[in-house]
Structure formats: C-alpha cells, structure tokens
Design a protein around this ligand. Structure first.
Ligand SMILES: Nc1nc(=O)c2ncn([C@@H]3O[C@@H]4COP(=O)(O)O[C@H]5[C@@H](O)[C@H](n6cnc7c(N)ncnc76)O[C@@H]5COP(=O)(O)O[C@@H]3[C@@H]4O)c2[nH]1
Lengths: 187, 187
C-alpha cells in the first residue's frame, strides 16, 4: 500500500540516517550542547502527524509567544552532509523549537512534521493520483501505525523518535499544550 | 501500491520543487550559466533508475576518466532553501557530472539516481518489510512506469526531466555510453 512504502521510505531514507547522528549534531552547536547537558533539550525528534494530512509550511506563531524558532541562525542545528544516489553534499538537518508555557517558562524540542503525510494529502488533492477522501484517511492511519511499529522496533530509532498525532486543525496554544504534554512523557 | 506512493512522493516532494527552479540555480553559478548559454549544459535532470534497485553512493569513477565530478566546489549547483513541514532551511541541490567521450571531449549533465528505488531495494533486503524478490522487480517496473507518466504529463516536469533506465550492473564505460546516448536524444 501507499502508506507501507512511505513509512519504510521515511525510515530507510531519513530516520536511519539522521537519528543516530542527532547527538553529534546537537554537540556541534555550543548553545544546544549546553542545554543538552543541562537536560533541557532531549536528543529526540518530535514528529507531528496530522489526521488531516495537512502539513503547514511553518510551525511557528509569528509573535513568538507560544511555539517559535527563537534564533534563525542558532536554532537550526548544524547540517549533516551525505552523498545519496549521486547527489553530492545532500543536506539533512533539524530545527529546535522554543515552547513557552503558561508561566512564561521556556522549553525546547526538536520538532517537524512527518513529511510523507504531505504526499498522501496531495495525492488526494490531485485528481490524476486517484486517491479518494476515505482512502486518504485510511492511508494516514496506516502511516501512523507502520511508523509506530518501525520506530519502536528498529535499533537506530528507539528512544530518539516520538510520533505526535494531532488533528491538523489545532490553534497554536493547543499545539503548545500537546507538545508540553509530549515532552513530559518523553523524559 | 508501494511504487505508486513513492512515485507521487518523488513528484510532490522533489521534482515539483526543484525542476521549475533549475534554470535559476544554473544561472547562479558563473561556470554553469556560461556553459548553459553556450548550449553545453542542458537544464534537465538525468535520473538513473536501475532494474536491480541498487543505488550506488557515488556515480563517479575515481580516476576521473569517464564519469566524474570535476570540481567538488563548483560542480555542486547552488542550494535552493525551502521550509518544509517545520524544517527550516531545508536544502535542495543538484550535481553536474562531467562525461568524457572516447575522443576525450567533455560533456556535461545534471545526474542523480531516482532515490525512491533505494527504498524498494531495502524493503526487499529487510525481512520485516516483507517484500519478495518478485515483488521488488514488479515495484521497480511500476515505479518507472508511474514516473514516466507523471513527468510526461505534469507541466513543471516537461522538458526538464529525463528518466534513464539502466540494469544497475553497468561498468563505468557502459554508463558513460548510456549517458552520451541519452544526452544526444535530449537535445
Ligand atoms: N523532514 C525531512 N527532511 C529531509 O531532509 C528528508 N529527506 C528525506 N525525507 C523524507 O524521507 C523519505 C525518504 O526520502 P528519499 O530521499 O528516499 O525520497 C525523497 C527523494 O527521492 C526526493 N527528495 C526529497 N528531497 C531531496 C533532496 N534534497 N535531494 C534529492 N532528492 C530529494 O523526494 C523524495 C520524497 O521526499 P520528502 O517528501 O521530502 O520525504 C522524504 C521521504 O518521505 C526527509 N524528511
């Protein structure tokens, strides 16, 4: 099925490459290696998977009040360069988000969307790809299930990857609460 | 099917992003904009799809006699930065390969492998993914067919993408001849 291929693709072509190197990328950044040592940054990727399949361009709220990238220079972790299939210096990188709780205290998390969910969303939107609304819902559910299974079992993922299911319709404060909750559970 | 999802993923997550910008990336490089104007570099991506699914790490022959990257600095085209699903400054970039013919004359082509073929190959290698040898062959054939269909029809791909089917077992001089042939046909 579509979801089966996309889940394995995400594992072989991304998680297997990036997760084992995560601590090294963190340690290459002075700001983040300090926060890592202090226990304030977990060496884990929190990956949002929206039920609607809708992947935003940007997670941040623009007024930097709830979830945001504080410093565009420092908060994008140093890149990992790899050659993949003839593409020299292909770049893999993660971004650290700042999450401000209701008391104004700052928390940190490496966050991003589960990219393959965007493929499913667009296949449904694009008539030529021939995927109905019901099939889209089913494939997203399957994608979640397959990824959960793969990342729980595979050595290079365990303890480094947290799937965060969301509706895809959350406002910023709701996303913040979901993330604070996920961070709590992940410690 | 697996191939169906991977083909659309390659289109929505890569070709749709990169191909419309290809001429701009070429023009940002002094070396390559000159060779483009002179008709020696086609603004097309030549994408190898091996029947075995085996994707090499590096296309080059190390003695730089047949297919190689001449200058690691200049031959990797300038990067395209995009934000995708919360990953800030995600990098997309292509590499120009030099292809030396039997008379020692240099030809140029933007080359790489069709990365999703690697997912299929690894699914077959990895027992948990449950893909047999026969299924693998079928999925690679389907991947080729779907990609041919998508890139012939979609506006943002037409004239900018050339699928180059290979066995996956070629020696360097055989790959060179295949590429010289493909370049000829693409003019
Ligand atoms: N968040 C995130 N950051 C990344 O750097 C990244 N790289 C890959 N992926 C996701 O992992 C999976 C496997 O990737 P693969 O390379 O086999 O296929 C990729 C690859 O064939 C092609 N592609 C995408 N980006 C590039 C790129 N920069 N260079 C070459 N090819 C690329 O288009 C496919 C789909 O890409 P995405 O739809 O972005 O999601 C991929 C995919 O779900 C990423 N996800």
């Amino acid at each position: 099925s579509v979801a089966h291929g996309l889940a394995w693709s995400y594992y072989f072509g991304y998680l297997k490459i990036v997760l084992p190197e995560l601590i090294n990328q963190i340690n290459e950044s002075e700001k983040w290696s300090n926060l890592f040592i202090g226990g304030e940054l977990l060496p884990k990727v929190f990956a949002l998977i929206p039920k609607t399949g809708f992947m935003v361009g940007e997670i941040c709220d623009d007024r930097k009040q709830m979830i945001y990238v504080d410093d565009e220079e420092e908060d994008v972790l140093p890149p990992l360069f790899m050659e993949r299939g003839g593409v020299k210096k292909r770049v893999y990188r993660n971004t650290v988000y700042t999450i401000k709780d209701q008391d104004g205290r700052e928390h940190y998390a490496i966050m991003e969307y589960v990219t393959p969910v965007d493929t499913i969303y667009r296949m449904n939107q694009h008539r030529e790809a021939g995927m109905s609304e019901d099939e889209k819902d089913m494939q997203i559910k399957l994608l979640y299930r397959y990824l959960k299974e793969i990342t729980d079992k595979e050595e290079d993922c365990r303890g480094r990857f947290v799937l965060v299911p969301i509706s895809g319709k959350e406002k910023h404060h709701e996303l913040r609460d979901i993330m604070l909750d996920a961070l709590e559970k992940a410690r």
